[in-house]
Write a protein that binds this ligand. Structure first.
Ligand SMILES: Cc1cc2nc3c(=O)[nH]c(=O)nc-3n(C[C@H](O)[C@H](O)[C@H](O)COP(=O)(O)OP(=O)(O)OC[C@H]3O[C@@H](n4cnc5c(N)ncnc54)[C@H](O)[C@@H]3O)c2cc1C
Length: 292
């Protein structure tokens, strides 16, 4: 039995076909936007973020100042993205997807993760297809030392021996069958039957795709102090990886550390959220600022 901890890889993200973008901008006579796009990339904004800005600007015909007679100037891409986050104009951020693989994570974690139904896609190790002769486990060892037990190390040892005993029992049953003589369909039936006695902490892998809107929601919710240790660990890694490539994505966020893991708070999620926290005067000021 091997002890492992989850590790996240950011494999891919939405890209922009610049030739197609140029064609579109020429067609709608907004080719000046291309300069704005190039400037955005130059200051480190990701093409996926800039694409969301294009969709936001499309709503108000504000790719360039000439598009809408109601306006005489338009914001650049950076200002526009920050403005959308500030006002909670979240739907434009559904256009950009990020693709992750999380390896060596437990089924405790994956079960929690897949509850997030919106703006997400998942592909997980099959418990019917893949046999578990060599079990890897994700155990919440830091927890053992926070409990009021006499000896945290003793608890950790008991948990490890328990997992080893499960692995041994599993392998004893596996050894009673001639797997090579079996058809795949029967192997699957038996593998599926055996997994019913496997622990929740057993490690597996999951591929996850999230759009930016969902990603912000999940990072905020799942790095929070009330979430479980493993999902906090994973979303802490996701936060770090994404921050490097998508500099504006966590605009408005505050970072602190709780129980040794990052907690991300403060990101606005919905357009009218938190207005009730203001006084009447502040509401009027806020409404004016947001142009509601
Ligand atoms: C600390 C913590 C403890 C938890 N404990 C439990 C538990 O004991 N038992 C349990 O079953 N679950 C538990 N959960 C899971 C929780 O109930 C949610 O299922 C999970 O967090 C998914 O979040 P979400 O509802 O925001 O869904 P997402 O799929 O992430 O959706 C994002 C947002 O879209 C909107 N939305 C999504 N679906 C709908 C819909 N059908 N109708 C209307 N609006 C929708 C909501 O605004 C939602 O917040 C826990 C979660 C946390 C963070």
């Amino acid at each position: 039995m091997k002890l492992v901890k989850p590790k996240v890889f950011l494999l891919g993200y939405t890209a922009v076909d610049e030739d197609a973008l140029r064609d579109y901008l020429d067609y709608v006579q907004c080719h000046e936007f291309m300069e704005s796009y190039q400037e955005a990339l130059y200051i480190g904004i990701h093409p996926g973020e800039a694409l969301c800005s294009l969709y936001a600007k499309l709503c108000y015909k504000s790719l360039t100042a000439k598009g809408n007679d109601n306006v005489s100037k338009v914001r650049g891409i950076e200002g526009n993205i920050k403005g959308c986050f500030d006002t909670g104009h979240g739907s434009v951020f559904e256009h950009c997807n990020l693709n992750f693989v999380i390896t060596d994570c437990s089924r405790v974690f994956t079960h929690e993760l897949v509850r997030h139904r919106v703006g997400s896609a998942f592909s997980q190790t099959s418990g019917r297809y893949v046999r578990s002769d060599n079990m890897s486990m994700v155990l919440d060892d830091p927890l053992a030392h926070t409990l009021k037990t006499k000896d945290g190390d003793l608890l950790i040892n008991v948990m490890r021996r328990w997992a080893e005993a499960t692995e041994e029992a599993y392998n004893n049953v596996v050894a009673q069958f001639d797997w090579d003589a079996m058809k795949m369909v029967d192997k699957k039936k038996l593998t599926s039957y055996l997994r019913r006695n496997l622990p929740n902490g057993q490690a597996n892998e999951i591929g996850v795709t999230l759009n930016i809107r969902s990603l912000r929601h999940l990072v905020q919710m799942r790095t929070g102090r009330h979430a479980e240790w493993e999902i906090r660990l994973v979303f802490g890694q996701i936060h770090e990886l994404v921050k490097k490539k998508f500099p504006l994505l966590f605009h408005g966020a505050k970072e602190s550390h709780v129980a040794g893991l990052v907690e991300v708070t403060g990101m606005k999620m919905q357009p009218y959220e938190a207005l009730d926290m203001f006084t009447d005067e502040e509401v009027l000021k806020e409404v004016k600022r947001r142009g509601i």
